[in-house]
Design a protein around this ligand. Structure first.
Ligand code: PBG
Length: 322
């Protein structure tokens, strides 16, 4: 054909492909989300095969295992008993609660591990919403006051990063102010910036028994149809003092990751959520997909789209494969 330009030359061997590869995933980019509870034992989760809800002892062992594999960051998600839930979600700010005890235990055992906490009321709220419910509505400003108390409590327990996942307006600036006023200027904020009202969170809510008792989360989480709004949220969170921004879910929202990446200089995280994990796991377990190849491809795609960090339940497994 007399072709002077042949792109296939750059694909001719593993060595050449390695030289020209544009995206590399490494362990340092991975954040491992873990479920915890206040029992002694560890519970494998029926709604998330391959994922366990850990007691404190189990959590420390799992953190040690993951850290040995090269995982440097974890984010904690608590399940609290129904008896500790209330309409005012006091347990979210209890300094002797499960999360602060877990933070202290982790930082004691693995001081160099980056411990991230989820700031939102849903695990503690008898209404199952991320904010307080009044007259059937999730109220913004009162919720933000509690979120500030919750973030402060996490900071006092030793959290390195607090991650508000509630999608209330103005919470990043308020939390930044509350942290700075108490001398926690070194505690970072990873803002769930573009968190969509996604059906892919279903298995997570099963794992924590945290589904909303009535209604849905559409008055605070974003409409999956929107992308300009994600850029608007990114600009606000950046202006309010966020250190890192997050897009969630990840795989079905690669265009949003890319848009947020293009419109901020902050680091961008993306969360491969429970439903994304489950699709890969279920297909792998039934023999329909090659798990390792598909998981690595999915995470590479998330990084290629512009994510600097990826939260994934596959984190230790990926670290092992890499
Ligand atoms: C709640 C929260 C959710 C997830 C992380 N934090 C669920 C929700 O918003 O209902 C979902 C994570 C996942 O599905 O893996 N603050």
């Amino acid at each position: 054909m007399g072709l002077p330009i042949r792109p296939r030359r750059n694909r001719k061997s593993a060595a050449v492909r390695g030289l020209v590869r544009e995206t590399r995933v490494n362990r340092e980019q991975l954040i491992y989300p873990v479920f915890i509870h206040d029992d002694d034992g560890d519970t494998p989760l029926a709604s998330l095969p391959g994922v366990t809800r850990w007691g404190l002892k189990g959590l420390l062992a799992e953190a040690g295992r993951a850290h040995k594999l090269g995982i440097n960051a974890m984010v904690l998600f608590p399940k609290v008993p129904d008896g500790s839930k209330s309409a005012t979600a006091e347990e979210a700010c209890n300094p002797d609660g499960l999360v602060p005890r877990a933070i202290k235990a982790l930082k004691d055992k693995l001081p160099e591990l980056c411990v991230i906490t989820d700031v939102a009321l849903d695990p503690y709220n008898s209404d199952g919403h991320d904010g307080l419910v009044r007259d059937g509505k999730v109220v913004n400003d009162e919720t933000v006051e509690i979120l500030c108390q919750q973030a402060l409590m996490h900071a006092r327990a030793g959290a390195d990063i607090v991650a508000p996942s509630d999608m209330m307006d103005g919470r990043v600036a308020a939390i930044r102010g509350a942290l700075d006023d108490e001398g926690f200027s070194e505690v970072s904020i990873l803002a769930y910036t573009a968190k969509y009202a996604s059906a892919f969170y279903g298995p997570f809510r099963g794992a924590l028994d945290s589904a909303p008792k009535s209604g849905d989360k559409k008055t605070y989480q974003m409409d999956p149809a929107n992308i300009r709004e994600a850029v608007r949220e990114a600009q606000l969170d950046e202006a309010e003092g966020a250190d890192m921004l997050m897009v969630k879910p990840a795989g079905p929202y690669l265009d949003v990751i890319s848009a947020v990446r293009a419109n901020t200089t902050l680091p961008v995280a993306a969360y491969q959520v429970s439903g994304e994990y489950l699709m890969l796991k279920a297909a792998a377990q039934s023999g329909w997909l090659d798990e390792k190849a598909c998981v690595l491809e999915s995470v590479t795609s998330i990084v290629r789209a512009g994510a600097d960090m990826v939260l994934t339940y596959y984190a230790p497994q990926i670290a092992e494969w890499l």
